[in-house]
Structure formats: structure tokens, C-alpha cells
Design a binder for this molecule. Structure first.
Ligand code: PEP
Length: 263
């Protein structure tokens, strides 16, 4: 990276919008979705687009997406490559299914499936070690925001998730700031509130991994992002895209959101 100035690195930071299907859609529904979605986003090359369906949909969807600019991501992985870990899926398996990305540490996984900053860190290392791009989710719950703990929580999650990584690895990954109180609730952080936390996260990366990694790392906003609020959110200087749940579930709706989020 050293051959570029910081300004050039910032200019090269491409927006990235990912759709998190969560536990929605069968494989055949996801294939139909992909077939309908591709023509709607054809030609969009200024936003990196990623679809993250349930794991049963990955392989069949990858067949439809092959040769397109739309990337495929999983919603979770386990950090071991193989072995006696019933119910888990490894990085090599995700690669084999056609994935290039993986969401790690989503708040639903932290809340319902016992994920911690330490397991997030193991998963991030496994993903990077196999060439998958991690999308690492961080964000505070409502009580934490109301008691003024947002920065402390986000600091712990970001530092915990990135522990032991190199600056180049951090530069290549994606962080999603998702205030938990805004996920699936229809309550969106104001662009100013989101920008403040994004700026704070970039500052942590700068302090721990250097100015170049901070200039390069992409930070998505997630939490009730919609076609009609994406433009204002994404125009903030430290918001580089979105992680979208509910609003990604129809091809038309998600394509409109992405179109509205173009530079
Ligand atoms: C998410 O689950 O990552 C998310 C942001 O959901 P929603 O867009 O529905 O708030």
C-alpha cells in the first residue's frame, strides 16, 4: 500500500452493500431471487454488491452468480477446517460453495448463539487465512447507548475482533457498525449518529494498525437501512456502504437501495 498517498487510498475505497437474508429463503427461492436480481444491477461497477443467503442456498446461488460482479457471502463459519464439530461449516467449505465473503459476529449470533469477541476473532483469522473477506459486525444495544457506553462497547468489539491481525489484513476486511437497537426495528441511527461511531472506529484502526489501514478499511452501516435513507447515510465521510437485512429480501427493493447508494 505504501506507494499510494492516504488521499489516494481513500479515493480507492469502493462502497460495499451486502444483503443479509438471515434465515429466509429456500435454495430454490434464492436461485429465483438471484436470477431476478442480476439484470437489475447489471452494469453497476461503483458499488461492490454481496448477497449472503442461508448456507443451503450458497452453492446453487453461486452457479447463477458465476461470471457476474455480484459476490456471495455466508452468514457464519467455524474456525477449524474440518473435524468433529457437528452442525458447523468451515472456511474451505464456504470457498468450495462459491463464497468470497462471510459475515462474522452478527448481533443475533452474539445474542442467541453465544458468540464472543474471542470467537469472532478466531473466525476472522480463519476467514482471512483462507482468502474470504470477513464482514465483522459490531454495535451497542439500546441500554448501552442510553448509558453512554457506545464507544466502550464498540472499542472492545473492534479491538477484540481484530486482535493479532496485520495492517494489510485489516485494510482488506469490512467492519459493519450495526447499532442493535436499529436492527429490524425501523429505527435508523441518524446519519450524524452513525458517522460519529464510524469515525470512532476508523480512529481505533488508525491507532492500532496505522493510517493506511484506517484509510483503506471499509465500514458499513447496518440497521433499518432502506432505499429512502441509504443516500443520506452513505454520503457521510466514514460510511462506506451498508449491511442490509429486511430491505434486501426482494430483488427489486434491494436493487433500488443499491442504485440509490451509488456515488
Ligand atoms: C442486519 O440484520 O444486519 C440488519 C441490518 O437488519 P435490518 O436491515 O433488517 O435492520
Amino acid at each position: 500500500m505504501a506507494e499510494y498517498t492516504l488521499k489516494e487510498i481513500i479515493m480507492q475505497r469502493k462502497r460495499i452493500i451486502a444483503g443479509n437474508f438471515k434465515m429466509n429463503k429456500t435454495a430454490s427461492e434464492a436461485v429465483e431471487y438471484a436470477k431476478a436480481f442480476l439484470p437489475l444491477v447489471k452494469g453497476i461497477d461503483d458499488v461492490e454488491i454481496v448477497l449472503c443467503p442461508p448456507s443451503t442456498c450458497l452453492q446453487p446461488m453461486s452457479v447463477v452468480l458465476e461470471g457476474s460482479a455480484v459476490g456471495l457471502g455466508a452468514q457464519n463459519l467455524y474456525w477449524k477446517d474440518s473435524g468433529a464439530f457437528t452442525g458447523e461449516i468451515s472456511a474451505p467449505m464456504l470457498l468450495d460453495a462459491g463464497c468470497g465473503y462471510v459475515i462474522i459476529g452478527h448481533s443475533e449470533r452474539r445474542a442467541y448463539f453465544g458468540e464472543t469477541d474471542q470467537t469472532v476473532n478466531e473466525k476472522v483469522k480463519a476467514a482471512l487465512g483462507h482468502g474470504l473477506t470477513p464482514i465483522i459486525c459490531v454495535g451497542e444495544v439500546l441500554e448501552e447507548r442510553e448509558s453512554g457506553e457506545t464507544e466502550a462497547v464498540v472499542d472492545r468489539q473492534v479491538r477484540g475482533g481484530l486482535a493479532g491481525l496485520s495492517s494489510d489484513q485489516v485494510a482488506s476486511l469490512v467492519i459493519a457498525y450495526e447499532p442493535v437497537w436499529a436492527i429490524g426495528t425501523g429505527k435508523t441511527a441518524t446519519p450524524q449518529m452513525a458517522q460519529e461511531v464510524h469515525h470512532f472506529i476508523r480512529g481505533i484502526v488508525a491507532a492500532d494498525f496505522g493510517a493506511e489501514a484506517a484509510a483503506a478499511v471499509r465500514i458499513q452501516y447496518g440497521g433499518s437501512m432502506k432505499a429512502d435513507n441509504v443516500a443520506e447515510l452513505i454520503s457521510q465521510p466514514d460510511i462506506d456502504g451498508g449491511l442490509v437485512g429486511g430491505a434486501c429480501l426482494t430483488p427489486d427493493g434491494f436493487a433500488t437501495l443499491i442504485t440509490n447508494g451509488r456515488p
